[in-house]
Design a protein around this ligand. Structure first.
Ligand code: DON
Length: 572
């Protein structure tokens, strides 16, 4: 019923004209990529950050693989064709909703090396050492991606493992033409690549990169070949492990042989909440994303859905005020559940969320200084990428994966050709000291040997009557959470099409700093309205890349790729 109502309300005529001005349906790069921002299909859909990765996913599905096979193959292809965030030297989260049976969440997040300790990034005076957690070998956590892919395939895969690495290896060997955006990303970081790497790396060249230039990665091709032949052991043992250890010695990193041997991806029980009659499946800790998203939806549900409110200051104010409260909780309570007790049921309790929002005022902001973590007693003192896949049997897979910042630590493992993450910066290096995303934390997210750093990644699947309704997620550090929240509300409360909800300008509040970040594109009337309510607005560059799939009432699938990147949707 509710869905039908939403679909009746959906219509382009509802969209402000300024939304329609941003982002086209497709564009063609000179080397021949055709990028579709929206695709409609009867059976299966893949949406990812790069047209070649989307093509890999579709090829695997057509070859008889399920959505998990396709996800594993897309992950490996992204590691080659989208090196700023696609990775084998990083980690992430995979949420899986099979057509029947229990959903599952796979945690392949990086871990702190065994030698890590709480104050490892502080100098003798207790001040953070500049760049130590961000650049070079010391910034890297123990990578989880290869173990994660092997584990997902072991449990759910259908096609032979080598098939899933075929495209990735070919693109690494033969090279791929850069898109204009990737060329720009690489050019912006040439100095950092040179600073961190002593030897030549494939991402550096004497002249500026241009659209269509060929990026060839022979060392990476060989590493992927070992993974194809040996599975996880092709990364965590043998030649690849030796190359990682040599790099650690050369560059002063702490990842040890034991750390590599000990790494395991972990199956976790997905968080399952509800919103407007939908089942919301999302990522549990060590991501904060799912808890925060369910808190935000819980606070939003107290207000009736109203399509007339889309992009109005009153609704945006409510959403920002909810974010302020959710992020205050995040800073205090969230961390690796294998190390700290995270009070998830208490944080998601509907009574708690009601009380949490009881001091909300529609006519003014609640200054962040007055917002404290909400539970009575704490139990314990930019680049990522998301892809969404649905197959013809009804499997849905939602994966967010990252090196943390673009190209991670910028350090390429010599001879192995892959970038190491700089995920250690996601720990709280010191209570109250903000990380690269301005996030602060406390002991729950302090560094400890073997601990997973807190994440904001929020791979999410909404189901209705047991059928997948929406698959989505985004990169963007802390903004991931509010981006996913905004798209879900856009579709369910404001009557937008998924395409319009993804394309819409974004806004973000994370408690600290007490700032409402706004993407370009908001009309003056909205900005003025929010300023009048007391928000301190700061404009920032476009952020987030939502790659999402929506099932229409007639069963067709709509894939939507974010216009902010080269993201590409395709199905059949
Ligand atoms: O796990 C996290 O929350 C961060 N490492 C994600 C980083 C990110 O999204 C950067 N992208 N734009």
């Amino acid at each position: 019923m509710y869905l039908e109502m939403i679909n009746m309300l959906i219509g382009r005529w509802m969209m402000p004209v300024w939304l329609l001005l941003w982002g086209g349906c497709y564009r063609t790069a000179p080397e021949g990529y055709v990028i579709h921002k929206t695709a409609v299909a009867d059976s299966a859909m893949v949406v990812s950050a790069h047209p070649l990765a989307t093509a890999t996913g579709l090829r695997i599905l057509r070859a008889g693989g399920n959505a998990v096979d396709a996800a594993v193959a897309v992950q490996f292809t992204l590691a080659v064709v989208y090196p700023s965030a696609g990775n084998i030297g990083g980690g992430g989260f995979m949420l899986i909703a099979p057509p029947q049976g229990e959903p599952a969440a796979l945690d392949f997040r990086e871990r702190a090396p065994g030698a890590a300790f709480r104050d490892m990034y502080l100098d003798g005076a207790g001040a953070p050492i500049p760049d130590a957690s961000v650049l070079g070998a010391l910034a890297a956590g123990v990578p989880g991606t290869v173990a994660g892919m092997a584990e997902a395939h072991r449990r759910y895969g259908r096609l032979p493992w080598p098939e899933l690495l075929k495209d990735a290896i070919r693109h690494a060997e033969e090279g791929l033409g850069l898109t204009a955006l990737e060329a720009r990303y690489l050019n912006e970081r040439q100095a950092l690549f040179r600073q961190v790497n002593r030897e030549h790396v494939p991402f550096v060249q004497a002249e500026a990169w241009r659209e269509g230039d060929l990026l060839v990665q022979p060392d990476l091709a060989r590493t992927l070949g070992r993974i194809r032949d040996l599975g996880g052991a092709g990364f965590y043992e043998g030649e690849t492990a030796e190359l990682i250890l040599e790099e650690m010695r050369r560059s002063g990193g702490w990842i040890s042989r034991q750390d590599l041997m000990d790494y395991r991806a972990v199956w976790r029980t997905p968080l399952a909440g509800s919103f407007r009659g939908m089942e919301v499946l999302t990522m549990p800790p060590p991501s904060s994303g799912g808890v925060a998203l369910l808190q935000l939806l819980g606070m939003a549900e107290a207000f009736a859905p109203d399509p007339g409110e889309a992009f109005r200051p009153a609704a945006m104010h409510r959403m920002a005020e909810a974010s302020r409260r959710a992020f205050a909780d995040r800073a205090s309570y969230l961390g690796d559940p294998d190390f700290v007790e995270v009070p998830v049921p208490a944080l998601l309790d509907s009574g708690y969320l009601r009380r949490r929002f009881a001091d909300f005022r529609a006519d003014t902001v609640t200054p962040s200084a007055l917002v404290r973590a909400g539970l009575p007693a704490p139990s314990e003192p930019e680049q990522t990428t998301h892809f969404s896949i649905m197959d013809a049997e009804g499997w849905a897979v939602s994966v967010t994966t990252t090196l943390n910042l673009a190209y991670g630590s910028k350090l390429v493992v010599q001879g192995a050709g892959f970038l190491l993450n700089n995920e250690m910066d996601d720990f709280s290096l010191k209570p109250g000291v903000p990380n690269q995303f301005g996030l602060i934390g406390d002991s729950a997210n302090a560094i400890a040997p073997g601990k997973r750093m807190l994440s904001s990644m929020t791979p999410t699947i909404l189901r209705h009557d047991g059928q997948t309704f929406l698959v989505l997620g985004s990169p963007g550090g802390s903004t991931i959470i509010t981006t996913v929240f905004q798209v879900v509300l856009g579709v369910l409360d404001f009557g937008l099409t998924l395409e319009d909800a993804v394309r819409a300008p974004r806004f973000h509040h994370q408690w600290r700093p007490d700032t409402l970040w706004m993407e370009p594109g908001w009309p003056d009337s909205v900005r003025t309205g929010l300023s009048r309510l007391g928000h301190r607005l700061v404009e920032r560059e476009p952020y987030g890349r939502v790659d999402a799939i929506h099932r229409l009432p007639d069963g067709r699938l709509v894939g939507v790729a974010d216009p902010r990147g080269d993201d590409h949707a395709a199905g059949y």
